[in-house]
Ligand binder design. Structure first.
Ligand code: DOR
Ligand code: ZN
Length: 343
């Protein structure tokens, strides 16, 4: 049987929610990952150091008994975030980044930033402290086609930010386009990107294959095959500024299978297995360890993990659902279908 052993990986972009939902999903992540960057888009959003500290405590107190897992907290940037709050976050030692959601871009982003330019003084403070900005890179202008929102964001919003704040460190999250790949590759050491397993494995046909598939709807939305190919090419290259971020985003089944369904794909149940499939298909299994376990900590200035995990080439069937709350379930990617690798 084929198997690969790698340094224990980290998830550099994860939604674990809160309360009952968190208690249900967190074990999926801790089973695989040593650390995860915890997204702050709760309701209400995690906008202060004190709130992030309280959220961290809730996470730690609901970890499965034997879990060896460190939540890396983030702050949610708003129009009202102050430089003092950034300093406090940085000094806390447990907040590792600040997340920029353009207001209205995605799930629970209504408290996000209206005009990015107004946040530049705060971003300058982050640059001074070396605190990375994590970016949901999509414009929200309703006149811009949803499939073009990432590309236009890079041109209209991200480039001016980088030009004006030369020391700001940025991670463009869950990239989906050739333009994003080319942009990050051409940028300097201070700019990196995360890539999800679902954007490596699927193109936009997966949303419409024989009917509408709400569990394949996420933001940024799946793109054309030529864009997926660009993501594949960059992981094949082993470029050090691209790394693993699942963007695993659980939603209750009824909120996805709805007349206005939520964006988000739940992949935490099989994240490493799904990445292994994608890297195998790309004939790039030898590049998986750096992508999953080295490039992220290197960018964030954190130590690499020392324990190891083993994935074996062994098919298993994903259950139809997993519990989310007492009454609701979440439908995982590949529900009722096979995955060819097992942790
Ligand atoms: O698909 C997504 N789901 N994209 C996001 O940016 C947010 C996430 C969520 O929180 O559900
Ligand atoms: Zn996300």
């Amino acid at each position: 049987m084929q198997s690969i052993t790698l340094t224990r990986p980290d998830d550099w972009h994860c939604h674990i929610r809160d309360g009952d939902e968190m208690a249900s999903v967190i074990g999926h992540s801790t089973r695989q990952f040593a650390r995860a960057i915890i997204m702050p888009n709760l309701k209400p959003a995690v906008t202060t150091t004190d709130e992030a500290g309280a959220y961290r405590q809730r996470i730690l107190s609901c970890l499965p008994g034997n879990a060896d897992f460190e939540p890396l907290m983030t702050l949610y940037l708003t129009d009202n975030t102050t430089s003092d709050e950034i300093k406090k976050a940085h000094d806390s030692g447990f907040i590792h980044a600040v997340k920029l959601y353009p207001s209205g871009a995605t799930t629970h982003s209504d408290a996000g930033v209206g005009q990015i330019k107004k946040t530049w003084p705060v971003l300058a403070k982050m640059a001074e402290l070396g605190m990375p900005l994590l970016v949901h890179g999509e414009v929200t202008d309703p006149d811009v086609d949803i499939f073009d929102r990432e590309k236009i964001f890079i041109e209209q919003q991200l480039i001016p930010v980088l030009d004006n704040i030369p020391d700001l460190r940025v991670v463009l999250e869950h990239i989906t386009t050739r333009e994003a790949v080319e942009f990050i590759s051409a940028e300097s050491e201070r700019v990196a990107a995360t890539i999800t397993a679902h954007h490596l494995l699927m193109n936009r046909n997966a949303m419409f294959n024989g009917g509408l598939h709400p569990h394949h709807y996420c933001l940024p939305v799946l793109k054309r095959e030529q864009h997926r190919q660009a993501l594949i090419e960059i992981i094949q290259s082993g470029h050090p500024r691209f790394f693993l971020g699942t963007d695993s985003a659980p939603h209750a089944r009824n909120t996805k299978e709805s007349s206005c369904g939520c964006a988000g794909i739940f992949t935490a149940h099989a994240a490493m297995e799904l990445y292994a499939e994608a890297f195998e298909q790309a004939q790039a299994l030898d590049k998986l360890e750096a992508f999953a376990s080295f490039n992220g900590p290197d960018f964030y200035g954190l130590p690499r993990n020392t324990k190891r995990i083993t994935l074996t080439k062994e098919s298993w069937q994903v259950p139809p659902d997993y519990p989310l709350t007492k009454t609701q379930s979440v439908i995982p990617l590949r529900a009722n279908e096979e995955i060819s690798w097992k942790l």
